[in-house]
Structures are given as structure tokens and as C-alpha cells.
Design a protein around this ligand. Structure first.
Ligand code: AMP
Ligand code: MG
Length: 410
């Protein structure tokens, strides 16, 4: 059995090591709080999680209307219409979006109609403008039109055909993508109940790690992880508490973490591996609590989950590819409650498997197949930038050309 954070783990107790990706995800999710509900304007709702079911306050369409520009008529009058023998109808009016025709369409009659305009009484079908031939009319006579094919009821949008007032259309827990925010507006909502944002404190570690744009000395590296992770947290709908960067000393690490007041979880990069100067690891193992250390995955194996003064801490490895891949497959699904979306593709190249680790190789998608990106080292940040997807090779498996593999889009 895997120990949970709710069972305190001290330095003297063993803790689980080499957990699976699924276990790591579950254990992180178990440490996160239930988030309260708040109400935001629809224009602020993108990326948030819906906190309650949403019903339609109105029907859409709100009236039976035309899907096309053309004429509205009685289908029965037009059944014989063809290019060789057009049917002639008298135009008795016009229905525009927002300005309906208030009469009735009788036998042998029609009304000019435009997309989204209400279907007049008496009419039950539409003939598109492309299938009409206008007749020259005498100045004082009524206008007529010739239909080159029958009018069709399929081009009528029935009232409530999309949704009806009172219908529950969106479920609590849904992540509000752009189309979903738009749908919420058409349901009649101007404000939406959403979960409050998870507050994630973020820091990077390493004596060699420097701020973007500073002159780089030999042996130094720009702090790409902090900017990359911050961007991914923002994309995931989290509030980021930027703690900055801690050099490799226990005292400076603790001083930086002390700024995490109010956070729900702390995310760090670096200092969790096997080295002498990996102080994030020491801090959790020797003075904090550990839920697990190391995940059976590559890249990303050294990740550690624990707690420090009651704050859940997830320590990502410093290697840029490792930290971002662990974020993709473990952290984001736990923070957002949305499972990793994978799809199946045929392999265009072989992918090697690892005996006791799940591999996430960078792949390139071409012509509906996925091939090896090339350099797969966990320091090769270009591989994540240039690749299209992570190809998942399960523990002990290997992929041959033509096999179907699971991939996660980047
Ligand atoms: P560590 O996990 O601290 O042992 O770091 C592993 C590798 O990742 C080293 O090559 C580090 O220089 C590099 N690294 C650590 N932190 C960062 C960071 N914030 N941005 C870019 N590279 C990093
Ligand atoms: Mg380091």
C-alpha cells in the first residue's frame, strides 16, 4: 500500500519510492483542497472550471427560423420545381433577422427570407437564393420568383432545435473552453459559478540558474523552467504566486519557500535528484514529509511529492524536458481535475521501451502517423518545442513500425 500524506511520514519512516505515473497523479490530487465557488463574468470565465450545472434560460433558436438566404414557401407548392420546369411563386413580403414578416404565406406565395430570420406563418420550407431565378416585374405588378428546385424543410431551424429553456446543458466540473463560454452566453447567462483558482507557489532552484536576459557565464543556464511552468500554470487556470529563484543552500531554499503563504500547493524545479546539492529533496526527506520519491517514468523520474509546514510540495526535476513532461502528465491533470487526453496513432518509426519505466518520447506527427523526433535527452528543450506529441511506451513495452501507440498532444 502506498502511504498518503494524511498519514504523517517522518524521516525515520520509509516512504514509497518508484511509484507509477497513475499513483503519482492520484497522490498529488489527494493533497489538493476542494476549491470554493465564486461567480465571474462570462468574459472572465475562460479556462475556469464550472462549479454547478447550467440550464438554458432561453431556447435557441428562440423562434423557428431560416438557415439560409432565399425564400420561405409551402413545400407542397414547390415539389415539382426543377431547372427545366421551374415553379413560379408570388413574393408577398420579406422576413429579416430581427424584423419578421407579420402576414401569412398562402398557396402559390413566398416571402424573401434571410439567415436567422423568423419563418413566416404558413411557410414550412426554404429555397436558397442560388436556386432562384428572379422574374422581371412590371413596375406596378407584384414580383414573382422561379424556383429551380423544391423548397426544403431541412433548411428550417426549429425553435429550440439547439436547446430548450429549462434543459440542463452544461455539467459541473466542465472546463470552460472558448466554445463552452460562448454556449453559456447563448444559454442566457452573463455570470457563471466557477471554482476559485488554485493558488500555486512556484520557485526554481540552482546556483547555476540565472534570470532571463542577463549575460550568461560559462556553466550557467537561463531559468527557462520557471517561465515555462508559470505559462503552463496560467494555461491551466491556476493563480501563480511567483517565489522566484533559490540558490543551492538549505537556508536560502527555506527563506524563499517562506514566501508561499496563502498557496494551496508549492511547485519547485530542480534539486530533487541524487546529487549532494539537491536540497529540495533533503528538505522534504529530512525535515518535512514525503508522500513518494521517484516516479517510474522517463523523462521525469526524480520527481518528489511531500509537504513542508502543512503546505503540499511537488518537486519537479530541473532538467527542462523532465519538468515540463511531468507537468503535462501528472501535475496538470491533478491541478485541473481533467484527465490527460491521449489519442491513438500508428507509429512511423520504432520507439524503444524501458524495462521498468513508462517512456514519454517526443514524436512528430505527419500524414496521420507519429515518428521519432530525434534527440530525446531530458536537457534537449528543443525536442519539446519542435515535437507535436509525447509518445507513450508502457513499462516493458516497445513499439515497432506500424504499431498503434497512445500519444499526448503537446
Ligand atoms: P537538477 O535537477 O537541479 O539536478 O538540475 C538538472 C539539470 O537541469 C541541470 O543541468 C540544471 O542546470 C538544469 N536546470 C535546473 N533548473 C533549471 C531551470 N530553472 N531552468 C533551466 N534549466 C534548469
Ligand atoms: Mg540543481
Amino acid at each position: 500500500m502506498l502511504a498518503r500524506m494524511s498519514a504523517p511520514i517522518s524521516a525515520s519512516q520509509p516512504f514509497p519510492m518508484h511509484v507509477s505515473v497513475a499513483e503519482a497523479h492520484e497522490m498529488l490530487a489527494a493533497l489538493l483542497p476542494d476549491l470554493e465557488t465564486e461567480t465571474v463574468s462570462v468574459s472572465q470565465a475562460l479556462g475556469r472550471t464550472l462549479a454547478a450545472d447550467l440550464s438554458a434560460l432561453v431556447s435557441h433558436p428562440s423562434a423557428t427560423e431560416s438557415a439560409l438566404d432565399g425564400i420561405a414557401a409551402r413545400e407542397a407548392d414547390t415539389l415539382t420545381a426543377s431547372a427545366e420546369a421551374p415553379v413560379r411563386l408570388k413574393i408577398v413580403g420579406e422576413s429579416r433577422a430581427g424584423m419578421p414578416f407579420d402576414g401569412r404565406v398562402g398557396v402559390g406565395e413566398c416571402v424573401r427570407i434571410y439567415t436567422g430570420a423568423p419563418l413566416p406563418e404558413g411557410a414550412d420550407a426554404i429555397c436558397p437564393v442560388e436556386q432562384l431565378a428572379d422574374e422581371e416585374s412590371a413596375d406596378d405588378g407584384p414580383a414573382h420568383v422561379h424556383l429551380l428546385r423544391p423548397a426544403s424543410p431541412a433548411d428550417v431551424r426549429p425553435e429550440g432545435g439547439d436547446f430548450r429553456a429549462g434543459e440542463t446543458v452544461m455539467r459541473a466540473g466542465l472546463r470552460l473552453s472558448a466554445p463552452r463560454v460562448a454556449l453559456a452566453v447563448s444559454l442566457g447567462h452573463a455570470r457563471l459559478p466557477v471554482r476559485r483558482k488554485l493558488r500555486v507557489a512556484l520557485l526554481s532552484t540552482g546556483d547555476e540558474v540565472i534570470e532571463p536576459g542577463l549575460p550568461l557565464q560559462a556553466g550557467q543556464v537561463y531559468d527557462s523552467n520557471r517561465v515555462g511552468l508559470s505559462a503552463m500554470l496560467n494555461e491551466s487556470g491556476c493563480e501563480v504566486i511567483e517565489l522566484g529563484h533559490a540558490p543551492d543552500s538549505p537556508a536560502s531554499l527555506q527563506a524563499v519557500i517562506a514566501g508561499a503563504g496563502g498557496a494551496d500547493v508549492l511547485l519547485s524545479s530542480g534539486g530533487v535528484s541524487m546529487g549532494k546539492y539537491d536540497f529540495m529533496r533533503d528538505l522534504l526527506i529530512e525535515r518535512g514529509r514525503v508522500a513518494f520519491w521517484k516516479v517510474r517514468m522517463r523523462p521525469g523520474g526524480p520527481a518528489i511529492l511531500g509537504g513542508w509546514n502543512g503546505l503540499p510540495v511537488f518537486g519537479l526535476p530541473g532538467n527542462p524536458v523532465s519538468s515540463l513532461v511531468v507537468f503535462h502528465v501528472i501535475v496538470r491533470p491533478a491541478l485541473t481535475g481533467q484527465p490527460v487526453q491521449s489519442l491513438k496513432l500508428r507509429a512511423a518509426t520504432p520507439f524503444r521501451g524501458l524495462k521498468d519505466k513508462t517512456a514519454f518520447w517526443r514524436g512528430v506527427i505527419k500524414d496521420g502517423e507519429v515518428g521519432d523526433y530525434g534527440p530525446q535527452g531530458s536537457g534537449i528543450l528543443r525536442s519539446l518545442s519542435d515535437a507535436d506529441a509525447l509518445v507513450i511506451v508502457p513499462e516493458g513495452g516497445a513499439v515497432q513500425v506500424g504499431d498503434v501507440v497512445d500519444v499526448v498532444l503537446l
